[in-house]
Design a protein around this ligand. Sequence first.
Ligand code: GMT
Length: 368
Amino acid sequence: MRIGISCYSTFGGSGVVATEVGKALAVRGHEVHILSPSLPPRLVGFEDRLSFHEVRASPYPLFEDAPYSIALGSKMADVAEHHGLDIMHAHYAIPHAMAALLARMALPHLKVVTTLHGTDITVVGSDPSYLPMVKMAIRESDGVTAVSDYLREETIRTFGVDREIDVIGNFVEPPGPERPDCRAWLAPKAAFVLTHISNFRPVKRVMDVIKVFERVRTEVPARLVMVGDGPDRVEAEAYCRDRGLDKEVRFTGKQLDIGTVLACSDLFLLPSATESFGLAALEAMGHRVPVIASRVGGLPEVVRHGVDGYLETMGDTEAMAQDALRLLKDDDLRQRMGVSARERALDTFAEGPIVDQYEALYRRVLGR
Ligand code: GMT
């Protein structure tokens, strides 16, 4: 098949999933074209049958903001026509699904598959300024997927849509070789390493991460590694400085090699307000790192409470800290949970079977 994939080029999970699906499809022999405002971070290395198309919205004095959605629809139509695409797969509804539908108006044979990732439904998609168009995009796409049962149900509830939505989860690959020296530079004094990875948006509740850590460090030697960047980083860093935690909490900013950090971590913290799936948690599990998270959204479909980690009421930082202390004080329990977490990640959310599901959906919408 000839497949276009449209996504954001940020470090977020939707771009990661889109890029990894594209790479896997190219390895399987499909021709894949990725469209994004800049090179997605995971699109590294040369892969035969995989091309990248940068989308640029040209400025014009009349525009307050150049209309990216129109430029994306134009680029989709152009790539689809000149490369004979069968499918345009939009990752994250806004604006990729609407742009793909515009491209389909220009080229009626083009089929549109939309993957809903999370806040495109639960936060921004349900905002009245976007809702009617998100609803239209869900209704009009030839195929729609959601990354968890929770997100599928939330989509039906929020938009009142009556259509088939396939649930296809996020996935991980088995981790590569670990770097033996990373623990020494993350936690020089044989302390435990707690890790959080996110885009530091309000939905991630990064201050809860710091509060859990603050409580944990009163009982065991520990370091906190905060990977990523976003609006709430400034507040979190200032808080750590004010409380004298800045030697123990390390803000690394965005990192490509999260595998190295996870390989040296003892616990992963994800106390989000909502999370449709929680790809960062799954990646931690793939590295044998137990997860402590909020019991929200699709997280219970990923992390089994008491088996791969613990799930607590959102905002209950004391319960999360108690879970962390229980795990850090009991090496056997921590290792057992790490092993379960890895098995769950690599068995239930392995790349191969998940990419099979996308391939099957493409064939279904193409009637092949
Ligand atoms: O919705 C976002 O905040 C962005 C999006 C992304 O691009 O990272 O994250 C969502 O998609 C991921 C990949 O499917 C999921 O693993 C995340 O749980 C989901 N984020 C939220 O629901 C908050």
